[in-house]
Write a protein that binds this ligand. Sequence first.
Ligand SMILES: *Cc1c(COP(=O)(O)O)cnc(C)c1O
Length: 414
Amino acid sequence: MKPESLMMSYGYKPALSEGAIKCPIFQTSTFVFNTAEEGKAFFEVAYGIREKGENEELGLIYSRLNNPDLEILENRLCLWDEAEDCAVFESGMSAISTALMEFLSPGDLLLYSRPVYGGTDHFINHFLKKMNIDSVGFRADEDFDTIIARIEATGKADRLRMIHIETPANPTNALIDIQMCVAIKNRYTTSETSVVLSVDNTYMGPLWQHPLKHGADLVLYSATKYIGGHSDVIAGACLGSKELMARIKGLRTFLGNMAGPWTGWLLMRSLETLKVRMEEQARNAVEVANFLRSHPKVSRVYYLGFIPEQGNENEKRIYAEQYTSSGAMIAFDVVGGEKEAFNFLNNLKLIKLAVSLGSTESLAEHPATMTHADVPQDVKEAMKISASLVRLSVGVEHYEDIISDISQALNNAS
Ligand SMILES: *Cc1c(COP(=O)(O)O)cnc(C)c1O
C-alpha cells in the first residue's frame, strides 16, 4: 500500500489500547516489566549486550529509550523515505546536531553546502569548531572539481568524514546535486574509513525528494515544518539504515533529546493529512508563482517550477532527477530595496509575517534581516539574498485569496 493509506493505522494495534481507534498519548516515564527476566532481556537488547532474536521486539523500558508514541511515529515516517529506521527528536536542530556529533570526531573535516539553515551553520562554525572539527563549505553553483580542490586545500582531505547538504537551498531554491555529493563521498571512502552523506530534506520532504534513493546515508528533518504542518509543534527526525540509526539512537539516548509522547502524538495526527496538505500547497504555489512573475512590482521570482523553462542544463537535469514537485516555497525580489520589501510585508493581511515554513497558513519573511541576518554581506550577495528579497511559504488557503492579499500588499509597497 501507499504511505498515505497507512498513515492512519500502521504499526498500531487497537487491542493493546482498550480498542481505541487512535494511538493514545502514552504520557508515562517508565514501563512495568512482567518479570525480572523480561526486564533483563529488554536491557540486553537496548544496551547491545546481545543481538536481538529473530522475532524478538525491543520491549518498552523507559521513555528516554522508547515510547509507543515515538516508535509508531518512527515506523510511519520510514514509509515515506523507504528508510530502514528513524529516530525522532524534540527539534530539527537536535536531529541535525546529534547526527553531526555522532559521525565527526576532533580533528575531522566536514564538507557542507552553503547556505544551510542558520542554526546548522552556527553549530558547524561555532560548536564544531570549538570541538576542533574543521569545515569547508561550497555553493550550489560550484562543480565537482572546484569542491575537490577546496577539500584538498584544507590539507585534511584524509580526515573528511561527513558531507552535509541542504537542497534546494533556503531561501533561493538553488539546487545541489546529491549524486555529485555521492561521488565526493566515494572518492574519500577507503576500506578503513567511511564518509557519511546527510541531507536536510526539510524543504521538500518527505513527499517530493527522497535522498536515500540517490545514495545519501541519512535524511534529516525539521518536523516542525511540513511534517508537523500546523505551526504548533517543534520536532525533528533522522532516517537511514539500521546500522547508522543504531548509532544515532545510541547518542540520542545519552543526550536525552528524543521527542516526548505529546510531540509524537501531534506528529502522528499531522501525518494523516500530510499528503493532502502538501499537494494543495504545491498547487497553490503554481498559481502564486505565475502571478508574481507577471507582476510589474516584482523583479525576480525564485521557484523550482520555473527551472524546466528558465534553468541551465545542470539545473534542469538535477530538477528532473531529484524532485517530483516544484514545492510550495517561493522567494522573490520586490522592485526597490528593504523599504519596499518591508512595506509589502507590513501590508499583508491574510499571509502572516513570520519565519518557519510548510504550515497550513501562508507565511512571509525577509531573509536578509531575519532568517539569514547573520550571513556576512559578501556571502549574502553571492547567494542573491538581497535587501528586496521576500520568502513565501504557501499554505492551504484558497489561492485566489493568497494572490489578492499579495496583490494589495504589492500595490501598497512603494
Ligand atoms: C527549521 C529548520 C531547521 C531547524 O529545525 P527546528 O525544528 O526549528 O529545530 C533545520 N533545517 C531547516 C531546513 C529548517 O527549515
